[in-house]
Design a protein around this ligand. Structure first.
Ligand SMILES: [Zn+2]
Length: 498
């Protein structure tokens, strides 16, 4: 009999390399795809309104001057450095995301002159040759602002280029200089990211982001509905952080479904389903991360399951579930997912509690919300809320610790299946690449790196920042919010809310 610890290979299939995968249990797809569906055109990496329009102006300049791709890349980086430097010099902008590369550019503002040439070298303020166009490109293409044309950037069709250039021409002009005085940056403060709202480029961006007459099922229609919902919630509630403070409103608030603006929007029920589902997704991710991170050296699956079981009370599944907060009725949801009695528990216990709460939502949501909580095509698929609900019934008279044992085996097996499904051969070396942190060999587990868990993003924070930049919202203190700064719709935005 061989010693397991000395067995390496077989190598007849070529070398195998493991690397950390992003979605080890593959439980995120529904939420990720619904979020993309509900906010097309703004992503987690596009938080700054004025970069959308700056890139369009750069694309126009590239065409006018007949620049080849390498020259266009240099102009892109230099212009982004200039706009970021103007923004940093202009001061802090609460409610808006910082200019890209601001941390790298800020120290150079302590001198009288900034070295645009050096800061714009690839690897300085940005890693990519195209600066920050890469993260924005897909969104800008969707919004018809810029696109790829062969190997170069091109401006979208039907842009009001003369007005756009008037708004941002100083940036293009200063980008041609290797060094720019800080006083010159301040003289051009209207080109700061905060200047977009009241300039021609802000008007263009608003027009591209919000299309009140668009087909509600189109990209523009869904994006418009999400923006209207967000602005209306900004009007009615004190929202200082979009993701943190909108979550309970979208998930539970009874009034928004009857609200004259939010009520008729499909986006409102869609987001309710998605955010409630996201708690189950987070629970799976946190549960898996916590389990994985306890693996030290070689561990058996049973040993890992013992860790999970030991974190739970010695009761039946039914008793455990009786101790969870009430989820309410379909027309009056209660904030069970936010309850302190759940969040006060250690991670493994809390995650299981959130999963059972997700299971309890199955059949207890209105039909419209339910369709976005769990897609009918997912029903009873492993790790969906309906699957959890069915397992809870099967296990109700048995020990919740035994359930944890069984569930650990399910998760380990699933992680290996998912890793193999995503595995691929490297194009040139033929190396077999497997995206997994946890490796199972003959019933023994070991871990290559830590798993992080956490929430899947809704794109609400970047969208809130874009809305401020585009002049549809501002981050302000007013008489209604006790001196605390919150997002409010601008008077311009109120036209969208009538
Ligand atoms: Zn500013």
């Amino acid at each position: 009999m061989s010693d397991l610890n000395t067995v390496v290979g077989p190598y007849w299939g070529g070398r195998q390399v493991r690397h950390a995968g992003r979605y080890p249990l593959s439980v995120e797809r529904h939420v990720v795809s619904q979020v993309a569906h509900l906010v097309p055109g703004v992503t987690a990496v596009t938080p700054n309104a004025r970069y959308f329009t700056l890139h369009a102006v750069i694309a126009d300049e590239v065409k006018r001057r007949g620049l080849v791709a390498a020259e266009a890349q240099q102009l892109m980086r230099r212009a982004e450095v200039v706009m970021a430097a103007i923004t940093v010099a202009h001061g802090p902008h609460p409610g808006m995301s910082a200019a890209h590369g601001a941390d790298r550019i800020r120290p150079s503002l302590n001198t009288d002159v900034i070295d645009v040439a050096a800061l714009s070298e690839p690897g300085s303020y940005a890693k990519s040759k195209w600066g920050f166009w890469g993260p924005y490109r897909g969104s800008e293409t969707l919004l018809r602002l810029t696109h790829w044309e062969s190997t170069n950037i091109a401006a979208g069709a039907d842009l009001p280029l003369r007005a756009l250039r008037e708004a941002l021409e100083p940036v293009i002009h200063l980008a041609r200089r290797d060094r720019v005085e800080v006083s010159t940056l301040l003289d051009n403060a209207r080109c700061c990211i905060c200047g977009c709202a009241d300039a021609a480029d802000g008007a263009l961006l608003r027009d591209r982001l919000v299309s009140p007459n668009a087909d509600p099922m189109s990209n523009a229609g869904r994006r418009t509905a999400t923006i209207r919902m967000m602005l209306r919630i900004f009007e009615l509630h004190e929202i200082a952080s979009a993701t943190r403070d909108m979550w309970p409103v979208v998930a539970y608030d009874k009034e928004i479904l009857d609200d004259p603006i939010c009520g008729p929007l499909e986006a409102t029920v869609a987001w309710r389903g998605v955010v409630l589902r996201s708690r189950s997704v987070r629970a799976w991710r946190d549960l898996w991360a916590e389990l994985v991170n306890t693996i030290g050296g070689l561990t058996t699956v049973a040993g890992l399951a013992d860790t999970f079981a030991a974190s739970l009370p010695d009761q039946t599944v039914a008793t455990y579930m009786d101790g969870l907060p009430d989820t309410g009725s379909r027309n009056a949801l209660l904030p069970a997912e936010e309850d302190d009695s759940v969040w006060g528990r250690p991670v493994l216990d809390r995650s299981l509690a959130l999963l059972f709460i997700g299971g309890a939502r199955v059949g207890a949501l209105s039909d419209r919300v339910a369709a976005y909580f769990e897609d009918p095509s997912e029903a009873q698929q492993e790790l969906t809320p309906s699957w959890v609900a069915a397992r809870a019934v099967e296990w109700q008279r048995r020990s919740v610790r035994d359930f944890a044992h069984w569930l650990t085996g399910v998760l380990v097996a699933r992680s290996q299946r998912i890793a193999l499904r995503k595995a691929s051969f490297h194009k040139t070396t033929g190396t077999f690449r497997v995206p997994e942190r946890v490796f199972v060999r003959d019933g023994l587990l070991f871990r290559d790196s830590y798993e992080s868990g956490g929430e899947v993003g809704f794109r609400w924070n970047p969208l809130a920042s874009v809305l401020v930049g585009a002049g549809l919202s501002h981050f302000t203190t007013d008489d209604n919010n006790h001196g605390k700064a919150v997002f409010r719709p601008t008077s311009r935005a109120m036209e969208l809310l009538t």
